[in-house]
Write a protein that binds this ligand. Structure first.
Ligand code: PLP
Length: 384
């Protein structure tokens, strides 16, 4: 049976060129990049090259790139740094549709006595900029709002929001884990102070991330110890993964324009086909401002988990809600925040494509998914 992998927002395949580039650093090139001798220096040069490749993805300076272990670490660090360098300020603004790597951290800080504003979204998952403007106060230490939502693919107006925060001297962080590598992120035009990325969403391995910290931003490390990453993140560098991430960033940049168009066309064909052949189905999210690869579709009166199990039997990998929350039968916090009607929210599936998704795979899903929904509806206890 073929595997049709449509869960790229959960994690993505390691690109062949990434794997190739990493291999020598698991074997003969094992030196410590901080060593004085040339055996280590060689490795150090490769880390520097990867830093340049990652910086190029955002039009940033290499010195603004801090390698971390994952997107979650980058998110935790950004919040930690913003709050501990401005102890007099006691307010955080975020949105109610963030990933748990932000929401649960904000919750932790709320327990430490911080006031947290979680901006609401409308039925298409869009933020209200007037509500945001009135939430910005002299006591606000940090705004942290994601660039793209992992479940719906919605893109938020981060450039505008960052400008508004900047005008009031407030730090701005964006979790760009889902956006990085999929769409253009130009930090010369995007006035954010910090930005998070995760390698495994852009065809690098799991366990490597980046926190971009704009030059001049006062920063306090989360992980203390050695002086790696210019004192911003302790721990001997994860050289193979850093090298892999550099190559993944370069590849993403090279393929971005053409892949964005190709993947969006595939995604749109998939959505159109499913909506046409499955009655009582709907797409969740903002049709105008969305990642090109993501589709969140709800089918009325069916259980999302049941759909996933049937798809799994057909070799199709997808997720309901987000991968991190699957296993729970509660509709996702994102769909709940968008007020997706209960009998639709329960039957929602996220299909997320990548540059490896083919036309034939989309044809396969278009053929197999409609009968799955029809048969589950016959068994469903939910009726109109
Ligand atoms: N932020 C978003 C928007 C995500 O989608 C994810 C992972 O799904 C993360 C953060 C966490 O990234 P990592 O798995 O690298 O910790």
């Amino acid at each position: 049976m073929q595997t049709v992998y449509l869960d790229n927002n959960a994690t993505s395949a390691i690109a062949p060129e990434v794997r190739e580039a990493m291999l020598p650093y698991f074997s003969e090139l094992y030196g410590n990049p901080s060593s004085m001798y040339s055996f280590g220096g060689l490795v150090g040069k490769k880390v520097a090259e990867a830093r340049e490749q990652v910086a190029a993805l955002f039009h940033a300076e290499p010195s603004e790139i801090v390698f971390t272990s994952c997107g979650s670490e980058s998110d935790n660090t950004a919040i930690w740094s913003a709050l501990t360098t401005q102890p007099e300020k006691r307010h955080i603004i975020t949105s109610c549709v963030e990933h748990p790597a932000i929401l649960n951290v904000a919750e932790y800080w709320a327990h430490q006595g911080y006031r947290v504003t979680r901006l609401a979204v409308d039925e298409q998952g869009r933020l209200d900029l007037d509500a945001y403007a009135s939430a910005l106060t002299p006591d606000t230490a940090l705004v942290t709002v994601m660039f793209a939502n992992n479940e719906t693919g919605n893109l938020f107006p981060i450039a505008r929001m960052a400008e508004m925060a900047k005008a009031k001297g407030i730090l701005f962080h964006t979790d760009a884990v889902q956006a990085a590598g999929k769409i253009d992120l130009d930090l010369t035009r995007l006035p954010v102070d910090m930005l998070s990325l995760s390698g495994h969403k852009l065809h690098a391995p799991k366990g490597i991330g980046v926190l971009y910290v704009r030059k001049g931003v006062i920063f306090r490390p989360f992980l203390r110890g050695g002086h790696q990453e210019r004192g911003r993140r302790a721990g001997t560098e994860n050289v193979p993964y850093i090298v892999g991430l550099g190559v993944a960033a370069q590849s993403a940049l090279e393929h971005m324009q053409e892949e964005q168009t190709r993947v969006a066309a595939l995604r749109d064909r998939l959505e159109r086909g499913l909506l046409a052949s499955i009655p009582q189905s709907r797409v969740n999210g903002d049709p105008e401002h969305r990642l090109p690869n993501t589709s969140n579709i709800s089918f009325k009166n069916v259980e999302g988990e049941a759909i996933l199990l049937r798809l799994d039997q057909l070799g199709i990998c997808a997720s309901s809600g987000s991968a991190c929350t699957s296993g729970s039968l509660e509709p996702s916090h994102v769909l709940r925040a968008m007020n997706v009607p209960f009998n639709y929210a329960h039957g929602s599936v996220r299909l997320s494509l990548s540059r490896y998704t083919t036309d034939a795979e989309i044809d396969y899903v278009l053929k197999e998914l409609p009968p799955v929904i029809a048969s589950l509806r016959k068994l469903s206890p939910f009726k109109d």
